[in-house]
Write a protein that binds this ligand. Sequence first.
Ligand code: MV4
Length: 490
Amino acid sequence: MQKILVANRGEIALRILRTIRKMGIRSVAVFSEPDRNAPHVLYADEAVCLGPAPSTQSYLNGKAIIAFAKQLNVDGIHPGYGFLSENAAFAQMVEEAGIVFIGPSPEAMRIMGSKLAAKACVKKYNVPMVPGVDTAIEDVAMAKKTAAAIGYPVLIKASAGGGGKGMRVVEKEADFEEQMQRASSEATSSFGDGAVFIEKYVACPRHIEIQVLADKAGNTVHLFERECSIQRRHQKVVEESPSSILTPALRKAMGAAAVMVAKSCNYFSTGTVEFLMDEQLNFYFLEMNTRLQVEHPVTEMITGIDLVEEQIKIARGELLGFSQEDITINGHALELRVYAEDPFNNFLPSIGTLTTYSPPSGDGIRVDDGYKEGMSIPIYYDPMIAKLVTHGKNRIEAIQKMKEAIAAYKIEGVSTTLPFGSFVMQHDAFVSGKFDTHFVKTFYSPEKIKAQQQAKARAAAIVALHYWIEEQKITRAVENKSTSWKRRLA
Ligand code: MV4
């Protein structure tokens, strides 16, 4: 594989290009008009403009990407995450064009892209699933009986849904039929597929996902878990590895279950198996993501494995170079997603130019970013500026490094979620590890950040006053000394 095209933008495009260069492979970047001077474009060996800003005319334009790839004699295409990364039809078109898709097979994508197909596939492997039904509901009366059997509250989910879309909690039987109708019509209009199913609602879950890696010969390993419960409206904001509540036995069991899920669909490349964990530490298979995830750096930091390098090796037909026993957890890693969003304005995107942009650096700090000082944040794409990742010998050290890195991160011109990151890092519920997916809803308010910033400002003022007073004392002492010398000399 001599030349790889990265069909993405921003931090993940640059991150992938760095590994491609590290492997001595030539690289091609693609970009839309607003991204013409983006770091990933300048970094690649070659770059080609896909067209105007809208994603459908650029990063989602699979046909154009493949045409350029063929024109430039590209051997492999890496999709990154988002955009076309889980589009089975695109992966298929790439393969049919004689180019290697650096990711899983289109078949695995199709199976895991449907919640119901995923459940049916996984069911045979005794992977724990949330009590409920795992076939599309055809008969509402029958479904009502099932809901009564599993016990309210139940959750109605769209098979084609994801990321929390197409989910409805039903608290009591009287609401069931109406909610069922709404869920199905919403799924039809949102996803073009009205298939819905029901599960027992897990009230205060943690979201723990397992990274899996498999080669084309079926060798499959897991690279431990990522705790992703600190989310806002189903958007992860803080992720970490390892999780603060997993015991070695639970880690082994969840890892084995995740490997089973991968084997159930003959998976290869990187993948992530999502689980819900209830308050009794029971875990349940949720879904499998057939892409490299945003939060993959925390896994890389504790295992020392470059997941993009592994993806490229697997795509080239190489076997995994290590066994499960070779993979160990070293220390603790945290990731904070830095979005150009205003935490004081309901996290709405903050449009503007990075008049100051100076990321932190140092031992145990990794910043995966896709912008430079002076660049504007385009309105067309996800407003993530960077991922701030810290690694320590344990969780406390990783948290301390994160606090210091946030303080050292200089961004002006847009509002960012950095203050929200500080809020999380200093919160007792987070530091103690006693949190679930309701953390943000339960503990966060803009006033909390304002209070925290005011407390910091007060502390800084007190320190500054202390030093000023000390300085005054020194100045006065020196003045008194020189006066007395003058008197003696007079
Ligand atoms: C659930 C659940 C509770 N009970 N399923 C959210 C997105 C998708 N990954 C599945 N999700 C959930 N499924 C049952 N039976 C709660 C959620 C959920 C959630 C899960 C993980 C992380 C964050 C979440 C936020 C809200 C709801």
